[in-house]
Design a protein. Sequence first.
Length: 323
Amino acid sequence: MKRIAVVTSGGDAPGMNAAVRAITRVGIDAGLEVFGVRRGYAGLIENDMIGLNARDVGGILQLGGTVLGTARSEEFKTEEAQRKSIENLNKRGIEGLIIIGGNGSQMGAYSLFKLGFPVVGVASTVDNDLYGSDISIGVDTALNIIIESIDRIKTTAESHNRAFLIEVMGRRFGYLALMSGIAGGVEVIVAPEFEVDPATVAAELRSAYERGKRYALVVVTDGAKNNAETIARYFREHGQEIGYELRVTILGHVQRGGSPTAFDRLLATRLGTAAVELLKSGDSGKLVGFISGQIAFTPLEVVVANEKTLDMRMWHLSKILAK
Ligand code: F6P
């Protein structure tokens, strides 16, 4: 193998750049030429690639986002676009592709692999919903941003004796809500895995008020049926008496921005390095993740066929801790 390429795909995640840097420098050290694909799978279809040398990836370790750019490409779901992408890679003599991304991206990676192209995935998504890795690139940074926000909201909530609905990312997976809810010490956690209807949220808040809590917080996953807006609207329309005045904070894309934590930089560096080594050894069709504190390789076929689950004991614990 002489040439490889790297692509960052789907939602960006802090640490992607650290992975691109490691892949480039470890690849060059191993005697490979490394290319970067711009704008995710959209760039792969359009043959938008650049050669990367060691200096090109200088100064990006500490940057959030992805210097290569990313996209959510609908077109890449078609076999025509996938074949076109392989043709583009072949024309440049690129023999292996590293795909840094989450569920949708690894689904695309598996499609390319099934068409005969050597690919290796690197687990990256703030949602932490990717099977094959206990923790993905970006999760630790997002969690720390959420915790900092919760801590900040607590001070103003306490001053005004208010309740806050705080919406966090996660889409269909409640990991960020659950972990930030526990680490941030909130009263109620709402996620797709444990939907709490608005009337029950109201009752929980009322109970916290009657137990003498000066303020109360609810963390809600953006992809839950009952998201922050739905719950707030229900309270307004039904005149729910919760004791506190209510405010809503949607953290949104702030959670994916900014500098990656030390953990994310190290995780991205280790996963990126292992991805180059795997490709170089002639192996492919696998996701590089982190399981039980170790680098782990899981076939993409297994990754795309399975869904990650939450440890429900943590949710029960969160209820006890909120007393
Ligand atoms: O999948 C990552 C994620 O940040 C989700 O948590 C969130 O629901 C979604 O992406 C937001 O998508 P977009 O960045 O396309 O607005």
